[in-house]
Design a protein around this ligand. Structure first.
Ligand SMILES: Cc1cc2nc3c(=O)[nH]c(=O)nc-3n(C[C@H](O)[C@H](O)[C@H](O)COP(=O)(O)OP(=O)(O)OC[C@H]3O[C@@H](n4cnc5c(N)ncnc54)[C@H](O)[C@@H]3O)c2cc1C
Length: 462
């Protein structure tokens, strides 16, 4: 069904029931409010609603139904590029709902819809607990979990979505529901890694972990050594224990003033990540990498909060064009191919070309898992460019295509939706049964496809 805005429905009706902010096209605040974290994305929604409460979200949904509009939830807009046009949608920006409450004794946290990874990882760490965030503190926790969620403890603890204890949601008919293993279990299953197509999350309860000892950081070498270092890392990952999660990257650090001088404007090959365990244990695990004598070695004992910053991701909105590919395996030949298209003699201007080592707990489906139980691959390739000039913008997509083509022979079948930054056929991301179940749940809770997700699941029968 195609929704068409019906201007006869009074916006004042919504304003009366709403404690947050509403911005319509032409209003002074509209342009700021429609901006996504990825500055390249030009979102042009029918309206922007910025709720403060779950009741506000329910009011927006009821209004949208009356007005013949869809509702497009957004935490930050890190993945805004994957979503189709918003001209018939209300952009529901949850940035004012960032409340976090931690119950340290029960090792649980309740976070509101707009909480960022850092909003939880930092205070949990102060209490001696670890939350499963990603590599960047300003990614939204809800969006992160809707696609799975991997961070630097992922090979030990698995996907973040499977650490969700319960969810509070608003459904497409404006009802507020709680879901967990007992209450509305099908919704609970679908929203753990099955995209945000079936309901709007207003809050989540997450498990926290005791991580008494953690050794984390990065080792950097000049990028002329990329081939040697990436080959050594690849071999090392083949026997690396599940207590360690790392990535290896060719990184071209931008020449911007806020970056420390020691790395500013330089090119490196970087290995970063974390080991769960004592310094002595971690030093033993990382010894083969240290033996390669990094120019900069930042690995040390660290609190869990440090995991949100070690990857040096931008912690503010930036323009970016990225792409990914899951890899079934990573033979030595794949490293040669990658260095040929992204190394120092390749002419690449990509900001980062990264291999993440997955496997471990990520390869097993835990008891009671959600729609994304595990990742069926051994490594992930992720590459990204920052289009600072029109020439750079033009050069990025063909270089990304070249990087992906170089590793095509080792490509795994299923994409990882969190790293899918373009419109993606979601049927390829799940097994046949799981995808069919997601479509049935979508048809049950949102038969007219009112919820406009980045990675859409069409209702069964449509
Ligand atoms: C710099 C950077 C670093 C990253 N690092 C990692 C990483 O280490 N590990 C990893 O797994 N991923 C990582 N990602 C990917 C990230 O997890 C996804 O982009 C994720 O979708 C971001 O969620 P968000 O809420 O910030 O983004 P948004 O674009 O705001 O949200 C993504 C989608 O989630 C849905 N959604 C958001 N809020 C709600 C809600 N309340 N109810 C229902 N649906 C909702 C919407 O469909 C929305 O389009 C990274 C991305 C970037 C750009």
């Amino acid at each position: 069904m195609i929704f068409t805005a019906r201007p006869t429905v009074e916006l004042d009706t919504l304003r009366r029931q709403f404690s947050g902010d509403i911005h319509a096209p032409g209003d002074a605040g509209y342009d700021d409010a429609r901006q996504a974290w990825n500055l390249l994305v030009d979102q042009q929604p029918a309206l922007v609603a910025v709720p403060r409460t779950a009741q506000d979200i329910a009011a927006v949904v009821r209004f949208a139904r009356e007005a013949g509009l869809r509702v497009a939830p957004q935490g930050t807009g890190h993945n805004a590029q994957a979503r189709s046009g918003l001209q018939d949608s209300i952009l529901l920006n949850t940035k004012l709902m960032r409340g976090v409450r931690i119950d340290a004794e029960r090792r649980r946290a309740r976070v509101e819809a707009g909480a960022l990874c850092g909003d939880l990882t930092a205070p949990a760490s102060e209490l001696g607990l670890a939350a499963l965030g990603g590599s960047s503190p300003d990614v939204g926790l809800v969006g992160f979990c809707l696609g799975g969620g991997i961070g630097w403890m992922a090979r030990t603890f698995g996907l973040c979505c499977n650490s969700i204890i319960s969810l509070e949601v608003v459904t497409a008919d404006g009802q507020e529901l709680t879901c967990d293993h007992q209450r509305n279990p099908e919704l609970f299953w679908a929203l753990r890694g099955g995209t945000g197509s079936v309901a709007i999350i207003t809050a989540m309860e997450l498990q926290l972990f005791d991580v008494p000892e953690l050794y984390a950081g990065a080792m950097l070498w000049p990028w002329e050594r990329a081939s040697e270092i990436l080959h050594a890392w690849r071999e090392w990952t083949l026997d690396a224990p599940e207590s360690v999660t790392t990535s290896a990257r060719i990184l071209q650090v931008p020449p911007v003033p806020e970056i420390p001088e020691i790395v500013r404007g330089r090119q490196f090959v970087v290995i970063d990540g974390a080991v769960l365990g004592s310094a002595a244990y971690a030093e033993e695990v990382l010894a083969p990498l240290r033996a390669l004598e990094p120019e900069i070695d930042l690995f040390a004992m660290a609190p869990p909060a440090a995991l949100s910053h070690l990857h040096m991701d931008p912690e503010h909105p930036v323009p970016g064009i990225g792409d990914h590919q899951m890899l079934e395996e990573l033979p030595a030949e794949a490293i040669d191919q990658l260095v040929a298209v992204a190394g120092h003699e390749s002419g690449s201007s990509l900001l980062a070309v990264e291999l993440r080592h997955i496997g471990g707990a990520l390869s097993r489906i835990p008891a009671g898992a959600g729609a994304c139980g595990r990742l069926e691959a051994a490594y992930i390739l992720f590459a990204v460019g920052t289009p600072m000039t029109p020439e750079m913008a033009a050069a990025i997509p063909p270089r990304l295509a070249q990087v992906k083509a170089a590793l095509e022979p080792w490509k795994a079948t299923r994409p990882y939706l969190n790293f899918a930054e373009h419109p993606t056929d979601t049927s390829t991301a799940f097994g046949t049964d799981a995808f069919a179940a997601l479509q049935v749940i979508k048809a049950q809770y949102d038969p007219y496809d009112m919820i406009h997700a980045n990675h859409a699941i069409a209702p069964a029968g449509r």
